[in-house]
Ligand binder design. Sequence first.
Ligand SMILES: Cc1cc2nc3c(=O)[nH]c(=O)nc-3n(C[C@H](O)[C@H](O)[C@H](O)COP(=O)(O)OP(=O)(O)OC[C@H]3O[C@@H](n4cnc5c(N)ncnc54)[C@H](O)[C@@H]3O)c2cc1C
Length: 443
Amino acid sequence: MTVLVDKAKCIGCGACVAECPLEALSLVDDLAVVDPNKCDNLGKCVIICPTNALSLPDLPVGSKTEQKPEAGAAFKVQEPLPENIKDYAADKEKNAAAAKAAPQTAEDTWSGVWIIIEYNNGKIAPVSWELLGEGRKLADTLGCGLCGVITGCDVNNVIDEAFCYGAEKVYVIDDPVLKDFRTEPYTEAICSLVTKYRPEIILMGATSMGRDVFPAVASKLKTGLTADCTVLGIDPEKKILQQTRPAFGGNIMATILCKNKRPQMATVRPRVMAMPERVEGRTGEIIREGFGFTEEDFFTKVIDFIPSDAKSAFLDKAEIIVSVGLGLAAKRNLEMVQELADVLGATMAGTRGAVEAGWLSHDQQVGQSGVTVRPKVYIAIGISGAIQHLVGMETSDFIIAINNDPEAAILKVANFGIVGDLFQIVPALTEEFKKRLQHGVED
Ligand SMILES: Cc1cc2nc3c(=O)[nH]c(=O)nc-3n(C[C@H](O)[C@H](O)[C@H](O)COP(=O)(O)OP(=O)(O)OC[C@H]3O[C@@H](n4cnc5c(N)ncnc54)[C@H](O)[C@@H]3O)c2cc1C
């Protein structure tokens, strides 16, 4: 017998997967699944599960774990431990003692908000500017400077743009080795600047590059990192960064603090923060540093670039999105919605439900495990408005929702809610838009 999973209670948060030292749990279709060949009924997963979805089977007296742990009680693994199991509790105590013994970082020697400006293949990721806008607020609250960081090759035009979007100072490492993005050289470049200039907060976009390089930077600097934040703030008393992101499968928003280590690091999803105004002609201080590494110092080489034709490559930049959910009932009904999208010049997207049904590709999924969008208009058709979907679209400028359930959560975030049958409403909207756009009617 192994740990039992109550499927009705499991929210697919993955806490048990991370906790199990035997790697006996995995997530399949967002449900915890136990591998009977690995599970030894240690019970750590039972304690960590936030929804009490896991339980230990009733084991015969004398077996390794014969008593179920009380919820919240300290759990003791029986001695002696099998060779392949580490005593994590003992490890934790050791680490805490070591951390106390080590000299504490003097917080006041770390100052400034830094934004890592993503420049790759001749393109700047717009989230870098969104973060300069957000960084401005944080720096003003803390009363410190706002700086951009650019690592790459031939980056002078990027420096000028960083000033236009609000950086007061820009740190630059411009070196041919940094021409193409690779984790190791970029990690070295960012870490060398951080170690020398000691910023208090560093932020980067939760893009493919940010998700790749920032964990490596955090790990090298031995500090914390909160990935995929959707809200940032400053704790008014302690003056530390409040990093808010969806947690436990998006069912709660968690605010995470990095209390004892510096710098405080977070990645932020593109299009969540507003784009600041670009002010032509703004200037600031440029601080250039050498790189000090050669090509031979790194294992990876970029051989070729294969451009992606994935639809998501532009979904996050689309101005009008028509998005479908399971209310559409069948793939063949996409044609009806595509007609509306064509009339409006909109991009098609959808919920995870629609993707899992095989109606759309994963590139078109909006939400926590898909793309975050911020179009001018988001039309949600037959979408319930689960929190995992909302976090990916609720900052859209104008939301129109069509749903036959007046209680649907999507209607609570919509600027216009149309309660009714989408099969009547969508064709009627398409006809009306056709007429108005053909005749140039503006309202
Ligand atoms: C870890 C995790 C990550 C997730 N990530 C994402 C994600 O990135 N993106 C995402 O979208 N979801 C995600 N989900 C799934 C999410 O929880 C929801 O299950 C999903 O968003 C629901 O999709 P839906 O709105 O299409 O379907 P449903 O919830 O089934 O909603 C269908 C809606 O259509 C309406 N409807 C039905 N018929 C009609 C009709 N004829 N006319 C009008 N309205 C009608 C219904 O009233 C209902 O509101 C994630 C879940 C987990 C656990």
